[in-house]
Design a protein around this ligand. Structure first.
Ligand SMILES: [Zn+2]
Length: 477
């Protein structure tokens, strides 16, 4: 496939005043992922004593800290005029052989690749700073007449905004304003622009993935692919489920629907698709099995924007069976608390029928099950008197494990959270919900149970810290 390079110029002009009127602007191109390498190796130092390198790297750090875009810093000099696939910055007395325009302080050159689908993507971005101007490094009011020189740090912030894919902003206060001014740090509008480009998930509702069985629907009220991936023209509805793995695992997915042409996708945390299936043998269904390394992922449930198969539609209810098989415990979604305060605890869990060699969600009635969880207690709570809670949810029924090791129905004492134990909290608490349980021995041949684990402090008995995604057990013949 031929590769087209296109060059766009974006200059940061030294012009006084100028009215400011509209939201962040996007250049029309973005990087395929929100992470690039950038080469910085600028000789010299400002009159203020700050090296040009330090000023430029501080600007890179601001974008990295404030937005989901990530510059990987390479502290080496590369020629920004070379079309070498490497993005870099340096001073030059010309713009790669051409003269800088009047009052041009710096230029960002964007080179594009054509994409198989959608907009061209940025392939290389280079910044050339006009060395005939006088620069310095300082915060606050800009010395516009060059008595102490122009602040290079804010110029770097602006040019790096072009590197990311932002165009000039003329409405709101922004570092991306066409003219240099007194703003010396990223503004809300700059950050919103970068997030719009690289954190598509902020445009859509994201649910925590519950392994086991998910029932939901897709229709025009859902987020669309074009909202999720700015620049895409695909208007099909899509549901997002986020999950994190700390142990490598195989995820097996089956999406079934009587009306919907099902499309299943697994994407990484930057929404880059890792695997998909849109065409299982069974009518409108999809299925997908994928091995995943530890990391953060999205499961995406999708359909088409125009009908493809006669027998399948493009909206309606669906069911996904999600079975995770791994060699260790995995996180149980985000942490939460009954009163809504943030808690810095993490919850993991797993179900095994081979004494911890492997963990999964689905078992036969004859399997002997161990159900275990691990809580990494909030450091502020370690060493304090507290308690542990284990709950099992079957349909509408909530059961608590008591101190005698029996599950009791919460309906017997409404509003009471029965404790599994009272103890001084360790940094890591290991919990066992069931030990060598054989469902068949209890006459159970088919059941779905959702387990939750939590803890609290004796000093706040009504507060409970827990996790949002349950540990799901599916027993089926
Ligand atoms: Zn500019």
């Amino acid at each position: 496939m031929p590769r087209i390079h296109k060059i766009l110029l974006a200059s940061f002009l030294l012009i006084l005043s100028g009215s400011q009127l509209q939201a962040f602007e996007i250049d029309g191109g973005k990087w395929p992922t929100g992470e690039i390498e950038f080469y910085v190796g600028i000789d010299g130092m400002a009159a203020s004593g700050v090296t040009w390198n330090a000023a430029f790297i501080a600007a890179i750090d601001d974008w990295n800290t404030e937005t989901s875009f990530n510059f990987i810093l390479r502290e080496e000099n590369r020629d920004p005029c070379a079309s070498d696939g490497l993005s870099s910055v340096d001073f030059n007395d010309s713009f790669c052989g051409s003269e800088f325009g009047d009052n041009t302080l710096a230029v960002t050159l964007l080179r594009y690749n054509t994409a198989i689908l959608g907009e061209p993507t940025i392939a290389e971005a280079d910044i050339i700073i006009n060395q005939t101007e006088e620069f310095n490094v300082y915060d606050g009011k800009l010395d516009q007449f060059g008595i102490q020189g122009l602040d290079l740090r804010r110029i770097a912030l602006h040019e790096l905004g072009h590197v990311i894919g932002l165009d000039h902003e003329t409405t709101n206060a922004a570092i991306m304003a066409p003219n240099i001014g007194n703003l010396d740090r990223l503004q809300a509008d700059d950050i919103a622009g970068a997030e719009k480009l690289y954190d598509g998930a902020i445009n859509c509702a994201v649910a925590e993935l519950e392994f086991g069985s998910i029932i939901n629907s897709l229709d025009a009220n859902d987020c669309s692919v074009s909202e999720l991936l700015p620049g895409s023209s695909d208007t099909s509805p899509i549901d997002l489920y986020r999950f994190t793995l700390t142990s490598a695992a195989t995820l097996s997915l089956g999406m079934t629907s009587s009306t919907l042409d099902s499309v299943l996708l697994i994407a990484d945390e930057n929404l880059q698709v890792i695997a998909f299936d849109n065409n299982s043998i069974n009518q409108c269904d999809s299925s997908l099995t994928q091995f995943l390394q530890p990391g953060s992922y999205f499961l995406l449930a999708n359909t088409f924007d125009i009908p493809v198969k006669d027998e399948c539609g493009i909206s309606g209810d669906y069911k996904i069976k999600a079975v995770l098989s791994s060699g260790g415990l995995n996180p149980l979604g985000s942490s939460a608390s009954l009163t809504g305060v943030t808690v810095n605890a993490t919850f993991s869990g797993g179900i095994t029928s081979d004494n911890g060699v492997s963990f999964t969600n689905q078992f036969t009635p004859a399997a002997s099950l161990d159900i275990a969880a691990r809580i990494d207690i909030d450091p502020q709570h370690v060493g304090r008197a507290g308690f542990l809670v284990i709950a099992a949810v079957v349909d509408e029924q909530i059961l608590f494990l008591n101190e005698q090791g029996q599950f009791v129905d919460s309906a017997a004492s409404p509003g009471v959270i029965t404790r599994a134990s009272n103890k001084t909290l360790n940094a890591v608490e290991e919990l066992t919900a069931v030990d060598n349980l054989v469902p068949a021995s209890l006459g159970i041949s088919e059941i779905q149970v959702k387990f939750f684990f939590g803890y609290g402090l004796s000093s706040s008995p009504d507060e409970l810290y827990y996790h949002l995604a349950p540990l799901s057990l599916i027993v089926a013949p």
